[in-house]
Design a protein around this ligand. Structure first.
Ligand SMILES: [Mg+2]
Length: 389
């Protein structure tokens, strides 16, 4: 058996970029559409060096996850990069008190190394189910600026535009706060315009104050025939019992588990009857390794697993999962964005225009993640750099 490459050092680069026509709204990184506004966001670029010259890379959008690398770097350095399962188990335990942050990022870089070592794209190493992924346009939250997503009609206009671009599905993130009635009006306005022509999803991102409000919106979704109802209320997506109750009162399938972490709580949530669809995210749920575990657990239960958010790691995972419906192109807007730094050089970025005539996005065919990152941009806009060896 060939010797796997050993990790010799880990680089963590933070860098900033501006989101076009978005301005901060005083709540952390939350921004809202303002024509001419600029919202600075930070992304993280990781680079793992090995003793065989193979370099694993991954760019991700969350600095909090990368901050945890300091806790687990010494569990990764000097290890065989192909021993992903062992490293997954060790880093998972080492971060058990901090929500398993960082486990996913490490695993994704290890998959990039594995692909480069075997000279194959990750999705193929995983079993390669498909090369084109049906995708949905996933909107920014509603805003209050004319020209943006500022009314039920504006959400309907934008849905129509996405349909013209050939998106087969459209997901609405409504206003972060504000009235339940305006949300219900939006549910119905969008369905009146494009219902029957594209699948519609509603992601309240845990907005509703009470279960009763979540039920009220759920009845509108039932009436309009939505495809799924995601993270309705302010338990913040953690109560399996609460959502079992909601499932008894609302017909629209629920999509939960974006806000529980890793394989075991996903399975518990499903077995408790708290969801119809499972949600998995390579950054949050233990990398591509963790997502595949959730996908196979879902497969065994007869459930579908929808991958959260966008980037090439997510494309490779979804390409190898039979029981998954739509790739999320996030976050899109009539006049703002994109949400993440556009540092993928070979045309695998995620913006509104990424959709193909077949309503799908492609999966990279190169070795590993199969993309080249724009290191000139990353280094020029770098705000912090740490190296572990
Ligand atoms: Mg969501």
């Amino acid at each position: 058996m060939p010797q796997g490459p050993k990790i010799t050092s880990i680089e963590v680069h933070e860098f900033t970029f501006d989101v076009r026509n978005m301005a901060p709204q005083g709540r952390g990184e939350q921004a809202q559409y303002v024509k001419g506004g600029q919202s600075k966001r930070t992304n993280v670029a990781l680079r793992f060096h090995t003793d065989q010259g193979i370099v694993g890379e991954y760019v991700n959008s969350r600095v909090t996850d990368a901050a945890a690398i300091r806790l687990i770097a010494d569990l990764v350095i000097d290890r065989d990069a192909l021993e992903r399962e062992n490293i997954y188990t060790d880093t998972k335990r080492a971060t058990q008190q901090i929500g398993r942050l960082g486990v996913g990022l490490v695993d994704i870089v290890l998959w990039d190394i594995a692909g480069k070592f075997h000279d194959a794209p990750i999705y193929q190493l995983l079993g390669g189910h498909r090369r084109r992924l049906p995708a949905y346009a996933s909107t920014w939250n509603g805003d209050e600026t004319p020209g943006g997503l500022s009314s039920p009609e504006a959400f309907a206009d934008f849905a129509e535009h996405c349909l013209e671009l050939r998106y087969p599905a459209y997901k609405i993130h409504p206003w972060r706060d504000g009235s339940v009635q305006r949300d219900i009006d939006t549910v119905l306005a969008v369905a009146n315009r494009v219902g029957g022509k594209m699948d519609l999803m509603w992601d309240a991102a845990c907005k509703y104050e009470t279960l009763a409000d979540a039920i009220k919106v759920g009845h509108a979704l039932d009436e309009a025939g939505y495809y799924w109802y995601e993270d309705p209320y302010k338990d913040t997506g953690m109560s399996a019992f609460g959502h079992k109750k909601l499932r008894e009162l609302v017909k629209t399938p629920l999509l939960m588990t974006e806000f529980v972490r890793m394989l075991e709580p996903h399975v518990d949530f499903a077995l408790a009857g708290g969801t119809d669809f499972l949600r998995a995210d390579p950054d949050f749920d233990g990398g591509i390794t963790g997502v595949m575990k959730i996908a196979h657990a879902g497969e065994g239960l007869g459930l579908d697993v929808e991958i959260h958010a966008s980037n090439v790691a997510r494309r490779h995972a979804m390409a190898a999962i039979r029981n998954s419906n739509y790739y999320e192109v996030a976050l899109v807007h009539p006049d703002a964005g994109p949400h993440d730094a556009q540092v993928v050089l070979n045309g695998f970025g995620d913006d509104l225009a990424v959709i193909g005539a077949d309503g799908c996005v492609p999966v990279p065919e190169g070795p590993g993640l199969g993309v080249e990152y724009d290191w000139d941009y990353i280094l020029k806009n770098q705000t912090s750099f740490v190296e572990y060896r």
